[in-house]
Design a protein around this ligand. Structure first.
Ligand code: ZN
Length: 583
């Protein structure tokens, strides 16, 4: 069997060169109309509905329940009647509706929310804690895909007023801003909070030794307001230390950390004591690179939740070393841009938030620690694509095979956008287009085609082949040296490169000459529009080729690198055999 397999693979690599032309066929974008333009921009008829909430609940620490009432103001901006609100009459364009209801929820022990059992008391982390109106949009109408777990959330923006009644010794963190500090904070805490708004050095607003010895019997109501957010989350605990400082002197975003004693650190190993600093770094880094952070607070809560993002607030697990805490904090704060500001459909397109977020995290992590994180090489893609029949990135997260979500929603798309930025478009051109995407779609809901269209529009590049190879399809990639004229022939040197698989990429050659000189050559991806082999020729100018390497930086996920190198036969015995010469 082994011999047969070997023969088949030799035969395949020699003969079965892929015909890649069809990967260049134009992609027919769906939904191009006055709502969403062919350029990828929102059109003149773009609309989205809006859902604002006033919510009032009480936390039952014994019963582990939140119970209360809400009023939802639903603004309908779509230009047609909305029949299925299950009301006596449809909701007409421009009309709004007020829903009032009472609700209660038992807090599950862990997941995207939960309860941490700290030595000084429980940490309650609350998310998805109130009845929320589904998203109705121009693409799918009511978004009625059920929540199965891996596909996250897709909701409308709105303004929130939140009243949280909790035991009087609790400290509360919530999306948005605290608006009744006079009623819930001590004079000393108010003074420290005011100080935190003036400095980038972390101020401790409530320290561990200030936690009352006996649990309180009375209750207090904390009031928060959050504007233009897609949901709100909060946390409450008597065990919290509360740290805060602004992000930068000219960026008065209050970066906060709330955590129990189990997250306390030392001078040498600061653990959660550094959480404000990590938050400041992320908020500043992404504000400067992408777009200004638009919210007044950026809060991190330590507890049972491993890592989860909500508007202006993130939950990260308490037990982490510095790199891990930085990594998860930075990832969750990266989500403030995707999907909290650029409001994508997480139920269908996890790559649009997790993938793009992991991509931006690569640069943030590298900047902070001076070395890249996990999105550093193509090897993990090569390994994965070799090992099984892969699914495309464009797979709904709940349809991704078990265990593959980290690859398909995070790692592979993050790497794809690195390739697009660092290899295909170049950093300046990519960044200009990427920022345009964020400008166009901040506080709106883009579809995948709006991202693709904007990147092409603003970069001035046809990238259909890239979206098709990397995102729509699970195409494999394999270039190899097919033929070579290492000595001048009619005055020219020539390297013929073959494309053996479906994915196409530009050709990147490193050439070493026998005279010791060397150079790099780049051939645009259009080399492959008319066939699967391409001869790169250039004037010899008296030189001969000693060595050629395709993709010398190993940036591309080439599933067979053995045929990427050609070396002239040397006279000494240690020299390697020429590889993949087929003339
Ligand atoms: Zn994430």
């Amino acid at each position: 069997m082994r011999a047969i397999a070997l023969l088949v693979s030799v035969f395949m690599s020699a003969c079965a060169v892929a015909q890649p032309e069809s990967i260049f066929e134009p992609i027919a974008w769906p939904h191009r109309d006055p709502v969403r333009l062919a350029s990828g921009a929102p059109g003149p008829a773009y609309w989205q509905n809006r859902a604002s909430y006033e919510i009032s609940v009480t936390l039952g620490t014994e019963s582990r329940e939140v119970a209360g009432s809400l009023e939802c103001e639903y603004e309908k901006n779509s230009p047609h009647a909305l029949a299925f609100l299950w009301l006596p009459t449809p909701l007409l364009p421009g009309e709004s509706l007020t829903l009032e209801l009472e609700f209660a929820m038992t807090i599950p022990p862990r997941g995207r929310l939960g309860v941490y059992e700290g030595e000084a008391g429980e940490v309650f982390q609350l998310a998805h804690w109130f009845p929320n109106i589904a998203k109705y949009d121009d693409v799918h109408g009511w978004n009625v895909l059920p929540h199965e777990g891996d596909g996250e959330f897709y909701t409308d923006f709105g303004d929130y007023t939140i009243e949280l009644t909790v035991p009087a010794d609790h400290i509360v963190a919530c999306s948005g801003e605290l608006v009744n500090q006079d009623e819930v904070l001590t004079a000393v805490q108010r003074e420290r909070l005011a100080q935190a708004y003036t400095t980038t050095d972390t101020v401790v607003i409530r320290d561990f030794h200030e936690i009352p010895a006996e649990p309180a019997r009375d209750m207090k109501t904390w009031r928060f307001e959050a504007k233009d957010v897609r949901t709100v989350a909060w946390a409450s605990s008597r065990a919290f230390r509360w740290d805060a400082a602004i992000a930068a002197d000219d960026r008065p975003v209050l970066c906060q950390a709330f955590y129990p004693k189990e997250g306390d650190g030392t001078e040498d190993d600061p653990r959660w004591n550094a959480a404000v600093e990590y938050g400041q770094f992320s908020i500043n880094f992404y504000s400067e690179w992408l777009s200004e952070y638009p919210y007044p607070t950026a809060t991190n809560v330590g507890g049972v939740v491993g890592g989860m993002e909500y508007p202006q607030i993130v939950f990260c697990s308490i037990d982490r070393d510095p790199r891990s805490l930085f990594g998860v904090t930075d990832h969750e704060f990266g989500h403030m841009w995707f999907p909290m500001i650029v409001n994508t459909d997480e139920r269908r397109h996890a790559w649009m938030d997790e993938g793009i977020d992991s991509f931006i995290n690569h640069y943030s992590f590298s900047e902070y620690w001076g070395e890249p994180r996990r999105i550093g090489s193509a090897d993990f893609i090569v390994e994965k694509e070799r090992s099984e029949t892969p699914q495309p990135i464009m797979t709904y997260p709940d349809r991704v095979r078990s265990g593959d979500l980290g690859y398909l929603a995070y790692g592979k798309p993050a790497y794809a956008f690195r390739v697009l930025r660092e290899y295909v478009l170049g950093e300046d051109r990519f960044d200009e287009a990427f920022r345009e995407y964020i400008r166009r779609w901040s506080f709106k809901s883009p579809q995948p085609e709006d991202f693709f269209g904007t990147m092409e529009d603003a970069a001035g590049a046809d990238l259909g082949w890239f979206w098709r190879g990397w995102i729509y399809e699970a195409a494999k990639f394999d270039q190899g040296v097919y033929d070579i004229d290492p000595e001048p022939r009619r005055g020219n040197l020539s390297v013929t490169v073959a494309n053996y698989e479906r994915m196409v990429m530009p050709i990147d050659l490193a050439i070493e000459y026998t005279d010791g000189s060397s150079e790099r050559k780049r051939v645009p991806v259009q080399a492959w529009t008319n066939g699967s082999t391409f001869a790169v020729s250039w004037p010899a100018e008296g030189r001969s080729i000693a060595r050629v390497v395709i993709d010398p930086d190993e940036m591309l996920p080439d599933i067979d690198r053995d045929d990427n190198v050609w070396e002239a036969r040397a006279s000494d015995e240690d020299a390697s055999e020429p590889e993949a010469v087929m003339d």
